[in-house]
Design a protein around this ligand. Structure first.
Ligand code: FMN
Ligand code: SF4
Ligand code: SF4
Ligand code: SF4
Length: 616
């Protein structure tokens, strides 16, 4: 790799790469990150062997990419240039894909996605409702490039925004552009990015640092991982532009060690950018220099909090400290430091290349651009979803997510992870933006979205998240250390059927005290799952405490499963699936549950197509 010494050389290299015939070969783009959990590595190896066996190495390109988003249907791949989309691909399918689709342009219908609502077969990626309704800004390269090949990034629009900023904009103009775009931090609090950059630029001290927060500790959230593994250079380019604007000469990417693929791809991206001279001294022949390192975290939720993250990079135990001073004034090694989230950084190159007005035209007035959600839970199509801010919960859950499976009903969406809250059904048409979501007691947070159906117990949900924050509390301050423990004890008591009326007021009281008195954001937001479920699902708490019932049939101490003899046709499905042989009955005769043997696993309710298994 020859160093690129100017913007002109960068554009000349791009032209050469774009003209390279290798780049115009038929291409198989296979997800090689998230889909690994479903066997994509074996599919990849089979492709490599098959391509070699048939002597097709210079006729076909295998592009192993980051996450395509539609994780539910993995392993997924796209054959280009036609854009044919295959899902649930197995190694046995590989010879047929090469023979029929790659060499002869035919579609293998068996591997296409069938929309469960319209029953239509979707041949192309853009036909799949999951993709059709999304709007990709941050994920524009995901699934399009090999994240381990900087040339793939350069062939699209890679590092053009950096060249534009260095060549034609002053640092102040860059900050102004980012401010005008309305970009707000995607790491949780939604602080305006331009304003944050300005504070750091104006702070006294040298050197200045920029940091990328890729800690991503929320359970169920993996959008930052998706960007790191799918498009690492977009993060680097965003950080370079930010560093130029702020006047920073050094930076860190803080990424948890549990993300080995992200660490590998980011490290490789740094090496390749250095080899091209896009990182290091005198970038693109200017006097701007920037050096970037990776710091691996040990995977503690609190280390995502910026002062704890700074302590962790410095080699100390990751514990928060009071603010002020803010990191912009005194951060890493006591120097002015700007920390942004992965998704925030990845938005920056698009803002610079397409302009603030273009960016601000997406989304809502006060929440511009798009947001990636990690859609999980009781929804047909789980995966990573990028939508314009202001899309409604209904659009995300029902149109993109395909709705709640097994003829159950939507109850709530838990948004914002352990710092967030539950948004009930009555807000399905609420636009999802920073302010609307927090107005109903949740937060957009990093973008975790767990869909819950009528078989979800909201008290148990609050208990689950409280258990998480309680064990992740660093213990430095009493309200969080003791308060989250008391919250957890009370919630546990309620789910075990030992709750009393007074516990409900107690939960509120402790929750509000922990919110007010905790030192850092972990403690300040830890009561959110409890307070939001108390607010929206008060009747469920009452049922647990007063009636000693769990309406959703989850809390074992409060649940009895019975079969409704009127509805039961005696099909025998539940009997076969019961792990404890608690169900008896002849075929075509209503079945009965022996309560002595029943362990309340709920399998009978899951399998019964007639809704004959009831919870009392
Ligand atoms: C307990 C806790 C955990 C956090 N975890 C993360 C995280 O994993 N990733 C992240 O970007 N921000 C996280 N944040 C928010 C960061 O402290 C910080 O606000 C953010 O990285 C700023 O970037 P932004 O302005 O681009 O959002 C966390 C905050 C708290 C209080
Ligand atoms: S609020 Fe919790 S996590 Fe934050 S400093 Fe206090 S004890 Fe630690
Ligand atoms: S699955 Fe439902 S209908 Fe069939 S035997 Fe069990 S309860 Fe009855
Ligand atoms: S809840 Fe589980 S153990 Fe009880 S009857 Fe149903 S399947 Fe059997």
């Amino acid at each position: 790799m020859e160093p690129i010494r100017s913007a002109e050389e960068l554009f000349a290299l791009k032209e050469r790469l774009r003209g390279d015939p290798q780049r115009h070969l038929p291409c198989i783009s296979l997800c090689d990150t998230g889909c690994r959990a479903l066997g994509s590595a074996a599919v990849r190896d089979t492709f490599i062997a098959e391509i070699r066996k048939r002597g097709l190495s210079d006729k076909v390109r295998l592009q192993t990419t980051g996450c395509h988003g539609f994780c539910e249907r993995g392993p997924v791949l796209v054959v280009r240039p036609q854009g044919i989309f295959y899902q649930r691909v197995a190694p046995e399918d590989v010879p047929e894909i090469i023979e029929k689709t790659v060499l002869n342009g035919e579609t293998i219908e068996r591997l296409c996605y069938r929309d469960p609502v319209s029953r239509k077969l979707c041949h192309k990626e853009e036909d799949v409702p999951f993709y059709r309704r999304q709007s990709k800004t941050v994920f524009r390269h995901n699934g399009m490039i090999d994240p381990q090949e900087i040339d793939d990034y350069l062939t699209l629009d890679g590092y053009e925004a950096l060249a534009k900023a260095l060549q034609s904009m002053t640092p102040d103009e860059v900050i102004e552009e980012v401010s005008r775009s309305g970009l707000r931090g995607r790491g949780g609090a939604g602080f305006p990015t331009g304003r944050k950059w300005r504070l750091c630029r104006e702070a006294e001290g040298s050197p200045k640092y920029t940091v990328c927060n890729a800690d991503e500790g929320d359970p169920g959230a993996f959008m930052d991982r998706g960007v790191c593994e799918g498009d690492p250079h977009a993060i680097l380019e965003g950080m370079l532009i930010g560093a130029y604007a702020i006047g920073a000469s050094e930076g860190y990417i803080y990424v948890r060690a549990e993300y080995p693929i992200a660490v590998k791809y980011l490290s490789r991206a740094i090496e390749q950018a250095e080899a091209y001279g896009l990182l290091g001294d005198s970038i693109l022949g200017t006097d701007f220099s920037f050096h970037l390192k990776i710091k691996q975290g040990a995977g503690a939720f609190v280390c995502g909090e910026e002062t704890a993250l700074i302590a962790s990079i410095e080699g100390h135990r990751g514990m928060p400290r009071p603010r002020p001073p803010f990191p912009a004034q005194s951060g890493l090694f006591g120097k002015p430091t700007n920390i942004n989230n992965v998704e925030t950084w990845a938005n920056v190159p698009v803002i610079i290349s397409r302009g603030a007005d273009w960016f601000a035209s997406i989304g809502t007035e006060k929440s511009t651009g798009t947001k990636i959600f990690a859609l999980a839970g009781k929804v047909q199509n789980t995966g990573l979803v990028e939508v314009p801010m202001g899309a409604t919960l209904r659009e995300v859950v029902f149109e993109i997510g395909g709705g709640v499976p097994r003829r159950r009903t939507f109850k709530a969406a838990q948004m914002g992870g352990p710092s967030g809250g539950c948004v009930p059904e009555q807000y399905l048409d609420m636009p999802i933006d920073f302010d609307s979501v927090s107005a109903v007691g949740a937060i957009m947070g990093s973008g975790g979205m767990v869909v819950m159906d009528n078989t979800t117990c909201m008290v148990e949900v609050a208990r689950y998240f409280t258990d998480f924050v309680q064990s992740e509390s660093c213990g430095k301050c009493v309200p969080c250390r003791i308060g989250t423990r008391r919250l957890l004890e009370t919630l546990t008591r309620i789910t075990e059927g030992l709750g009393e009326d007074s516990d409900l007021a107690l939960l509120r009281e402790i929750g509000e005290a922990v919110q007010t008195a905790s030192l850092c954001g972990l403690g300040k937001t830890a009561p959110n799952p409890t307070l939001s479920t108390l607010r929206h699902f008060w009747h469920e708490y009452e049922a647990h405490v007063r009636d000693k019932k769990c309406p959703a049939g989850v809390c074992k101490a409060l649940t009895t499963f019975v079969i409704d003899a009127e509805k039961c046709t005696g099909c025998g499905l539940c009997l076969k699936g019961c792990p404890t042989e608690a169900i008896t009955g002849e075929l075509k005769v209503p079945h009965v549950i022996d309560q002595e043997k029943c362990i309340k696993c709920g399998s009978c309710r899951d399998v019964c197509n007639l809704g004959a298994v009831l919870v009392t």
